[in-house]
Design a protein around this ligand. Structure first.
Ligand code: FPP
Length: 247
């Protein structure tokens, strides 16, 4: 293990979230159809999941399909929708061996029913696993998530289980899809853009942001280590001064 590895392992993020961008450009740069970039992107997922498990990271959230991705050409949407089945068929045994617990977040009811079934089965097959919590955001939008939380809370108020004045940040957080996972400490975006694109808008309030030009299919151990090292070297203050945190 190099000096850099030893250093970053001292201060690992508990929960890492990744916007996996650049699949299309990776493929186009090689004269391939965009869908080949998504296929290659699944290899990066396998590598990053394995490394995260090995490092003892608790949670990994991956942005696989956004509520906006439905606007892509029909063939690309169809291809993206075929990926969960392909991914899970291929990876489930390895995920089980690595004790990974799968979770899917987003407006899952808006997915084709057969995909909902596949996701439900995979989540239930891994539900007793105690290792990495792998949260795959699919048909996910940050604003949709906040809107859904508001609707659920409004329902509780209507049922007189809650007073409007008693709504706290903790109550809002408890109605987010990630209630059981907590906020990401580190949010990585590959592919060169420096924006959140409607990802984890509520949860990323204090996340360290890490942007890299590397395209997702090229993102492997070296790049991941670089991001984890950058995280370990940053001081997180949550709006306070360092001395208030007792550092
Ligand atoms: C962004 O690249 C990537 C996506 C929209 C899809 C990411 C999905 C995967 C890597 C596989 C999904 C896997 C599972 C398990 C469901 P882009 O197409 O926006 O790239 P571009 O910015 O270069 O066009």
């Amino acid at each position: 293990m190099g000096e850099r590895d030893a250093l970053h392992l001292k201060n690992l993020p508990r929960h890492v979230a990744i916007i996996m961008d650049g699949n299309g450009r990776w493929a186009q740069g090689k004269g391939l159809p965009r869908t080949m970039g998504h296929k290659k992107g699944m290899d990066s997922i396998r590598e990053i999941v394995t490394i995260s498990s090995n490092y003892g990271i608790k949670g990994l959230t991956l942005y696989a399909f956004s509520t906006e991705n439905w606007r892509r050409p029909r063939e690309e949407v169809d291809f993206l929708m075929s990926l969960p089945r392909i991914y899970l068929k291929k990876e489930l045994p390895q995920l089980m061996r690595n004790n990974v617990k799968l979770y899917f977040s987003g407006r899952l009811h808006g997915l084709p029913p057969e995909i909902q079934d596949i996701l439900r089965e995979a989540a239930s097959a891994t539900e007793n696993n105690k290792g990495l919590f792998l949260n795959i955001a699919i048909n996910y939008g940050g604003r949709a998530e906040i809107t859904d939380a508001a609707a659920k809370i409004a329902q509780l108020v209507r049922e007189e289980k809650l007073e409007p004045g008693d709504i706290t940040e903790d109550i809002v957080a408890a109605h987010m899809y990630t209630a059981n996972l907590g906020d990401p400490d580190l949010l990585i975006r590959t592919g060169g853009e420096a924006r959140l694109s409607n990802f984890l808008l509520w949860q990323a309030a204090y996340a360290e942001l890490y942007f890299t030009p590397v395209l997702w299919p090229d993102f492997g151990k070296e790049e991941y280590d670089r991001a984890l090292f950058a995280y370990s070297s940053r001081e997180r203050r949550f709006g306070q001064l360092s001395r208030e945190l007792g550092d």
